[in-house]
Design a protein around this ligand. Structure first.
Ligand code: KDG
Length: 312
């Protein structure tokens, strides 16, 4: 039985050997990135059965992604190899994603993953889990990818719980349809993750979590991430706010994926919403204090002790 299936593009990520402008960085270390595989890797590392569905090129970078993601214990058997299109790669600066000094250079246009489509993907493998985790990044990759996401978030009897992380990446949206498309997809999901900053940037929301909930009343669970302050989860009839952990941030990239994975881990274990947020924060703390996009969460018994609620 598969607990969680994630679908999306992963890339070989090149992390700078030193801080500063990309123009000044002479060398990079190879790493891996990809919002959805980051979620699958964290869940698999925590003992959940996770599958990642994607496409990579028939090249060395594709081999590396499959081997690296597989080494976390993720099922990669539904990843297709494209004989012609390459595996995407990207470079980024070391700094905080939230600052203007942060630069990302994607080389992914026309990649193997951008050719994912409703016709080509193994739908039985995609829908086999208790949870299907998707993100707004995929919607920006190509028309076929957007159609695929629309199909996967459409109402359907017996579909898995659909989890959707908005993951607004302005650099990928050239046609300005991002606001409408991301909102439409989020409305079709059962669990939605969105940053307050993303909601501001993509949808022009001026207020806090309540205003975002007004815009997105449909999902059974809506989690609004408020950065270092914490997160608020709405699950009618209540909402729960939980402060984040204070950590010395090394790199924020991937923290949202780790948060989603921690929250989904708690969901799979039927934990109360407050505990799910706590797992999200704890797993995010692991990612925030690592330079790469991905950091395995603490072992389950350690995490259970660290997140124990007062009086439990
Ligand atoms: O959430 C982290 C991701 O943004 C990163 O790993 C790379 O998937 C990626 C993207 O498209 O930016």
């Amino acid at each position: 039985v598969v607990d969680v299936v994630t679908l999306g593009e992963s890339m070989v990520a090149f992390l700078p050997g030193r801080p500063g402008r990309l123009a000044d960085v002479p060398s990079f270390d190879r790493s891996i990135g990809g919002a959805e595989s980051n979620v699958a890797c964290a869940l698999a590392a925590a003992g959940h059965a996770a599958r990642w569905v994607s496409r990579v090129g028939a090249d060395g970078f594709g081999d590396h992604l499959i081997e690296a993601i597989g080494s976390y214990g993720v099922d990669v058997s539904a990843v297709h190899r494209d004989p012609v299109r390459p595996t995407g790669v990207y470079f980024r600066t070391a700094g905080d994603r939230g600052t203007h000094a942060h630069e990302v250079a994607y080389y992914r246009a026309g990649s193997a993953a951008s050719a994912m489509s409703f016709r080509e993907v193994d739908l039985a493998a995609v829908r086999a889990g208790r949870i299907l985790h998707l993100s707004g990044i995929t919607a920006a990759l190509s028309d076929d990818c957007l159609t695929l996401l629309r199909e996967l978030t459409a109402p359907r009897p017996g579909r898995p719980l659909v989890s959707f992380d908005v993951n607004h990446r302005p650099g990928l949206w050239t046609d300005r349809t991002d606001a409408r498309v991301l909102l439409e997809l989020a409305r079709g999901a059962d669990i939605v993750f969105v940053g307050e900053d993303e909601a501001k940037e993509a949808w022009g929301v001026k207020g806090g979590p309540e205003e975002i909930r007004e815009l997105l009343p449909e999902p059974g669970v809506l989690v609004v991430k408020e950065g270092a302050r914490g997160a608020t989860a709405f699950q009618e009839p209540a909402f729960v706010c939980e402060p984040a952990l204070a950590v010395d941030v090394v790199a924020t990239t991937g923290a949202g994926d780790a948060f989603a994975a921690g929250f989904l881990s708690g969901t799979l274990r039927s934990l109360p919403v407050r505990d799910r947020i706590r797992y999200g924060h704890l797993w995010a703390a692991a990612a925030l204090t690592a330079p790469g996009d991905l950091a395995p969460p603490p072992a389950r018994d350690t995490a259970d002790r660290l997140t124990a609620l007062d009086g439990d």
